[in-house]
Design a protein around this ligand. Structure first.
Ligand code: TYD
Length: 206
């Protein structure tokens, strides 16, 4: 059986991932393409519990290592429980964040280092790599303005603009060495961005 495509969306907080994922799901539905949507951290019973710990503003004493390992724990769970079986059954997987988030947020912005994050990313996923990754690149200030009015900030959003700058730099640095990562200018109209994303996916599937 033909394997499902594994598509991931990445970017700083407020980059517009959710809008693009919604548009892509509508496109897949209209083309009768089978897919599932998952998000990280979360997406499983165990993973959603870990998500609550990670994003809870009260957990401001969480160490950087504890944070990294919790993200990887949630990832290990969803990869084995959901992502690998779906791809194997020919179902496309649209994932809102995957291990590139750990590289950018924990590896670069939190300065845990690429050696450690690369190692854990591979272990947590049994080396399951996305076929294509859309990095929605945007100026953190613009993203912050978009986020305003969306309710209370979570523990990671609370870290502020300079943190988001570092995450962005981390993503762009990572994209230099990963061919699967497509950098998308996310400051544009959502429909224009969507068309570009669809074109990349069709190019991949032939
Ligand atoms: P979420 O509300 O899902 O944010 P978004 O809608 O921007 O994806 O919260 C996830 C937060 O966790 C987000 O700030 C990014 C962060 N994160 C990491 O720091 N490392 C990771 O490995 C992942 C998956 C997410």
């Amino acid at each position: 059986m033909k394997k499902g495509l594994f598509i991931t969306f990445e970017g700083i907080d407020g980059c517009g991932k959710s809008t693009q994922i919604t548009l892509l799901k509508e496109k897949f539905s209209s083309e009768n393409k089978e897919f599932i949507e998952v998000r990280e951290p979360g997406g499983t019973r165990v993973g959603e519990k870990i998500r609550n710990i990670l994003l809870d503003r009260k957990n401001d004493s969480m160490t950087r290592m504890a944070e990294l390992l919790l993200f990887e724990a949630a990832r290990a769970q969803i990869t084995e429980e959901v992502i690998i079986p779906a791809i194997g059954n020919g179902v496309n997987v649209i994932c809102d964040r995957f291990y590139d988030s750990t590289t950018a947020y924990q590896g670069y912005a939190n300065k845990m280092g690429r050696d450690l994050t690369d190692f854990l990313n591979l272990k947590a996923t049994s080396e399951t790599s996305p076929d294509i990754t859309f990095l929605l690149d945007i100026d953190p200030e613009l993203a912050w303005k978009r986020r305003m009015g969306r309710g209370e900030e979570d523990r990671i959003e609370m870290l502020g603009l300079s943190y988001q700058e570092e995450v962005r730099t981390g993503y762009l640095e990572l994209a230099k060495s990963e061919e699967r990562i497509v950098i998308i200018d996310a400051s544009r109209d959502p429909e224009v961005i969507h068309e570009e994303i669809v074109k990349h996916i069709w190019d991949l599937t032939g």
